[in-house]
Design a protein around this ligand. Structure first.
Ligand code: ZN
Length: 454
């Protein structure tokens, strides 16, 4: 509450700051002079105020002291006009750029000038968009790889050519605009905002870890460059990433699942096809009769863009041929409407399979074959995690490794790289080695060896 009238004075403790604010479109300044406060209201006709300097593309180009046309998105830069004392008592008119086109920021800068007595406006804070653009430009100049740059662009402002209706995670720019109030300046972001932002990402596992690191890098850069006074990402904890266990369905689980779905032609064919093709759910939903060449499935993997060509047992081929084709020409995706996303289709498969995994009591296992439990957030009770269709792929690999198919051939069948296969399935390869060692041991002739003891 301001109890001062213009020019009145009030005694204040030493060290009190100057305060300024806009009052009835006039700039009011409370100025401390020794230990008095004085309220000064500057008449708007003489005060410093933001004025648009219209650029050539603006409908009001060359017009003075008017705002940009209301129907345009373009907002021209704001300037101030000051009169400085010149020779012979004349005044020299000086225009100074405020470095912003945002009126609220412009007023802040002017208030700072009036209070501090500075004749030059301070640098305006950087908007989210300015920060992102500058960061990307500086990183590009620094010569970082195009792939890294692309991955930064993806979550900061999105690929310029991406489908505006695509099912993408919101970019930092979109997230900022969506907040209430919108986060206009990069300095507006809090650690909570960043946690919420990360919560909206549709990336998982390893990709989530990487992108989270990139988000931290961006804010650290902004902080190091003094664009923001504090780094809201400094306290951001790494995301909790649940690495899905890689295990194969043991025989009793395989039997139980196939038995549980045996009455449902669609689900039985789905499970058998996944079991013998090793296709991931995303590739399964894209399968069409055109991908069946005789007894082989030939398709391109979504994730790696690699071609796979895998032979199916005759029983599975017959079942596939007998399966009705759904909207869009797919076997396992009823794609009504072109807008329908494959994430919806794989989500539907997951939901459809849930009661069957429950009925069959097939749960996720860790790499030692033990069931994996999860804590119920409400009751705190431990409950076993239901298995997923993805495990058919691992089961396929497990069987090939146990039958000594070379890893390079397995990579080919999976549409993956040898490196990924060797890393992902290292424990299967060890298991096979242990099995071979046991077999080797069984051939040792103890009687013969006994005679050669030292
Ligand atoms: Zn303009």
């Amino acid at each position: 509450m301001c109890l001062l009238s213009t020019g009145s004075r009030v005694r204040v403790p030493p060290g009190s700051p100057n305060i300024s604010f806009v009052f009835n479109e006039n700039l009011a300044v409370i100025v401390r002079y020794h230990d008095f406060l004085t309220l000064i209201v500057v008449n708007s006709a003489h005060m410093l105020r933001p004025i648009r300097r219209h650029v050539t593309g603006c409908g009001n180009y060359k017009k003075w002291d008017v705002d940009c046309p209301p129907n345009t998105k373009l907002k021209c830069p704001l300037i101030i006009v000051r009169y400085e004392p010149g020779p012979n008592g004349r005044k020299i008119r000086k225009e100074k750029s405020l470095g912003t086109n945002d009126e609220a920021v412009a007023w802040q800068l002017i208030n700072q000038m009036v209070v501090s007595g500075e004749t030059k406006p301070a640098d305006p804070p950087k908007t989210v968009e300015q920060s992102i653009d500058l960061f990307l430009a500086l990183e590009a100049k620094r010569g970082i790889g195009e792939a890294t740059l692309k991955s930064f662009r993806k979550f900061l402002r999105g690929n310029p050519k991406r489908n505006p209706n695509g099912n993408f995670s919101p970019t930092l720019l979109e997230f900022a605009a969506k907040q209430n109030p919108a986060r206009t300046y990069l300095k507006d972001f809090t650690t909570d905002d960043l946690t919420n932002f990360r919560g909206e990402w549709r990336v998982h596992r390893h990709a989530l870890k990487i992108q989270s690191e990139r988000l931290k890098q961006f804010f650290k850069f902004a902080h190091d460059s003094k664009w923001i006074p504090e780094n809201p990402a400094a306290k951001l904890k790494p995301p909790k990433v649940k690495e899905e266990p890689v295990y194969a369905f043991p025989k009793e689980d395989r039997d139980a699942i196939l038995h549980a779905v045996s009455e449902d032609d669609y689900l039985l064919t789905l499970n058998l096809t996944m079991r013998y093709s090793a296709l991931a759910p995303v590739d399964i939903v894209h399968l069409k009769p055109q991908n069946l060449h005789g007894d082989r499935i030939v398709t391109k993997r979504r994730k790696t863009n690699k071609r796979v060509n895998v032979k199916l047992p005759p029983v599975v081929v017959e079942r596939l041929k007998a399966l009705p084709i759904q909207a869009g020409g797919y076997w396992f995706w009823n794609r009504i409407g072109k807008q329908s996303k494959h994430e919806t289709a794989t989500g539907n498969l997951r939901r459809m399979m849930r009661p069957y995994f429950e009925k069959a009591s097939v749960y996720q296992r860790d790499e030692h074959g033990e069931a994996v439990y999860e804590k119920d957030e409400d009751t705190g009770e431990l409950r076993p995690l239901l298995a997923t269709l993805y495990q058919w792929r691992h089961t396929f690999v497990h069987e090939h490794i146990m039958k000594d198919t070379p890893p390079s051939r397995i990579a080919e069948l999976l549409g993956d790289t040898l490196k990924t296969v060797m890393e992902t399935y290292a424990h299967f390869i060890e298991e096979r080695q242990a099995q071979l060692d046991k077999a080797a041991e069984r051939t040792w002739n103890e009687e013969e060896l006994e005679g050669f003891r030292i």
